[in-house]
Design a protein around this ligand. Structure first.
Ligand SMILES: C[S@@+](CC[C@H](N)C(=O)[O-])C[C@H]1O[C@@H](n2cnc3c(N)ncnc32)[C@H](O)[C@@H]1O
Length: 259
């Protein structure tokens, strides 16, 4: 049997050869993404690190979380309805519940939804349910549309292109006439997309898949559905300050749309 270091070395070579795809469009496997997050929910004692993909003890996810709440996520008036697609462990739920909004979080990881449900069991205005975006039936939502704010942070990279299209259609169909959309996503800073397909991350000690699209690609999806249906892009930009940016080929970008 090969010693563990050698096994890793072989693994890495393989990963670089076949699992890091520049430019070309390649679908990733949704079920393996779901299993990845089921494991992440158990791998970290801090759910913020679990969903923001940082290691146990890391501060960067905690700092990004604080920055995002303080500087980026849009406020809503009390009585508003907020939905978060791919809500993870409900990191932003108390932000909106504290503003007096009703909040519904949907995620396909049963483990993350269990953590979130337990954490917020005493807050009647906060609900969570398991569902795979975009394959959900809004009639079954625990809080019924229309929603005044739709939040998506770090979900689109786990969807294939047809999934992004259908998710934007879903958002359009569950949004109120004056709704806002807050989207913050990992993007490729190259001039083309980067797809990781079952790529082995030494940092997380796990294989994972994700599609890092360019800002231009994401805007094209928006144009084709949301903008056609009355949404306007009101603000966008690099999400976090320099000290909270850590990657060479990817970064975090936010978009705020309103209609
Ligand atoms: C990077 S985490 C972000 C979680 C949360 N939005 C936050 O910022 O704390 C991505 C989340 O999307 C969820 N997810 C990925 N693909 C999904 C899908 N197709 N349907 C529902 N949830 C999905 C994962 O389970 C995970 O909780």
């Amino acid at each position: 049997m090969l010693p563990p270091r050698l096994l890793n070395a072989v693994d890495d070579e393989e990963s670089t050869a076949v699992t890091r795809i520049y430019r070309d469009k390649q679908d990733i496997d949704t079920q393996s993404v779901r299993l990845f997050f089921e494991k992440r929910a158990k791998a970290e004692s801090n759910p913020v690190n679990a969903v923001m993909l940082q290691k146990e003890g890391s501060q960067i996810a905690i700092e990004r979380d604080a920055y995002e709440r303080g500087m980026l996520v849009p406020p809503v008036p009390a009585g508003s309805k907020v939905i978060e697609l791919g809500c993870g462990a409900g990191r932003l739920a108390c932000h909106y519940a504290d503003l007096g909004a009703a909040y519904l979080g949907i995620d396909f990881s049963e483990n993350l939804i269990a953590i979130a449900t337990n954490e917020f069991k005493d807050r009647a205005a906060v609900k969570f349910q398991v569902g795979e975006i975009p394959r959900v039936n809004p009639e079954a939502f625990l809080i019924q549309p229309p929603f005044d704010l739709v939040v998506i942070t770090g979900l689109l990279i786990y969807l294939n292109d047809d999934g992004v299209e259908d998710t934007f259609r879903l958002i359009e169909s569950i949004s109120s006439k004056k709704a806002k959309i807050y989207l913050r996503e990992s993007i490729s800073v190259l001039d083309h997309r980067l797809t990781l397909n079952e790529f082995f991350s030494e940092e997380l000690n796990e294989r994972y898949s994700a599609v890092y699209r360019t800002v231009g690609e994401i805007k094209e999806f928006m144009e084709d559905s949301l903008v056609r249906n009355g949404f306007e892009l009101r603000a966008e930009g690099t999400a976090f300050p320099k000290e909270l940016q850590i990657r060479k080929e990817t970064n975090q970008h936010f978009f705020l749309l309103e209609r």
